[in-house]
Design a protein around this ligand. Structure first.
Ligand code: ZN
Length: 342
């Protein structure tokens, strides 16, 4: 099959179109013909190289996949040939205590597709039969591909970690990112009020369309001062952050006494200078979050089907233009997902 592969780490230029061999699906595996694969920041990190990450070359990136079931491996229990499916973005061992407790994202054998195992930057992919989700009728492949990782990540942050309650104020950083564009919608489902931050007026308008009650343009306004003004000096009950760096450090000051900060990323830097006095004295909880359990994506499915969770697609490009797509994502120009069609 044709694929966009890496044979070494580096800039977007290391992405190359190649013919690669894909074996038939193994026991309890399903082969999916990829119609669309959405990009994530993880694609950029893996392409550039991460400590301790050893890839099997040629490596295919891409964990957010939508397509059609092509072939069933021996004993596959899910999927019918021809069925339109989204793919759960990670795999786990399925037999350890974490997996059996519905916390598969804590499995020691947890692998995100396209990170430590082969991903969807190709015409076909083999995945375990436990990784399939139906695409709702009427939803395009490009919209479906935009959903899995962001929805899974945002669901765990909003419902399992922060446990957002009706009426709570929730600060959602970087509204234009994939995770935040879904998190805004989930906070509204939970009955919370969203204060979103973003860097341009154009993105601010889009955040409001998704349901944000207030949007702070951080290129013009100090978000801590704005949050205090919007909450009668109290601060927000919850901060959802994947930016890290100074944004994380300042988020501590924007959080109410007893509030929660959930972090799932550090695109602006992994080592913020935090004033711990504000953390312990004001009893702020800092909660780490990565991905979510497969069950959570199934829990989100009815909301996807009803339209309460809408995919946010910035643009659709061809997989074969992946170099250009990587440059666009690195430039932070997108609102929502960049989706590549195959
Ligand atoms: Zn496991």
């Amino acid at each position: 099959m044709q694929a966009m592969v890496l044979r070494r780490h580096g800039g977007p230029e290391v992405l190359e179109r190649e013919e690669v061999d894909l074996p038939d699906p193994g026991p309890r595996e399903v082969q999916v013909r990829v119609h669309a694969v959405a990009m994530n920041h993880m694609d950029l990190w893996v392409r550039r190289g991460l400590p301790h990450l050893k890839l099997e070359y040629p490596h295919r990136l891409g964990c957010d996949i939508a397509g059609v079931v092509e072939k069933l491996g021996p004993g596959a229990r899910a999927g019918k040939v021809g069925e339109r499916v989204m793919v759960q973005p990670a795999i786990s061992c399925g037999v350890c205590q974490a997996c059996l407790s519905g916390r598969d994202n804590l499995c020691r054998g947890y692998h995100i597709l396209g990170e430590s195992t082969q991903g969807g930057y190709g015409e076909l992919i083999n995945v375990p039969d436990t990784n399939l989700l139906p695409i709702p009728d009427g939803m395009s492949f490009t919209d479906a591909a935009a959903l899995p990782l962001c929805t899974l990540t945002a669901w765990q942050m909003v419902f399992r970690k922060a446990k957002v309650q009706p009426g709570e104020n929730v600060l959602v950083h970087a509204a234009g990112s994939g995770v935040s564009s879904i998190a805004i919608q989930l906070v509204k489902i939970a009955g919370g009020k969203v204060i979103a931050t973003t860097g341009t007026d154009e993105k601010a308008e889009k955040a409001k369309e998704l349901g944000a009650d207030h949007v702070i343009n951080y290129s013009k306004q100090d978000f801590v001062a704005e949050v205090k003004a919007l909450t009668n000096k109290r601060g927000v009950d919850v901060v959802l952050d994947h930016v890290g760096g100074d944004v994380f450090a300042k988020s501590v000051y924007a959080t109410a006494w007893g509030g929660r900060i959930v972090t799932c990323g550090a695109t602006a830097g992994p080592s913020p200078q935090i004033d711990l006095r504000h953390v312990f004295f004001r009893q702020i909880e800092i909660l780490g979050s990565t991905m979510g359990s497969k069950g959570d994506l199934l829990a989100a499915l009815p909301h996807i089907q009803s339209g309460a969770i809408k995919p946010v697609v910035d643009r659709v490009m061809s997989l074969w233009d992946a170099r250009q797509a990587h440059e666009l994502l690195e430039g932070r120009k997108a609102f929502g997902k960049i989706v590549l069609t195959v």
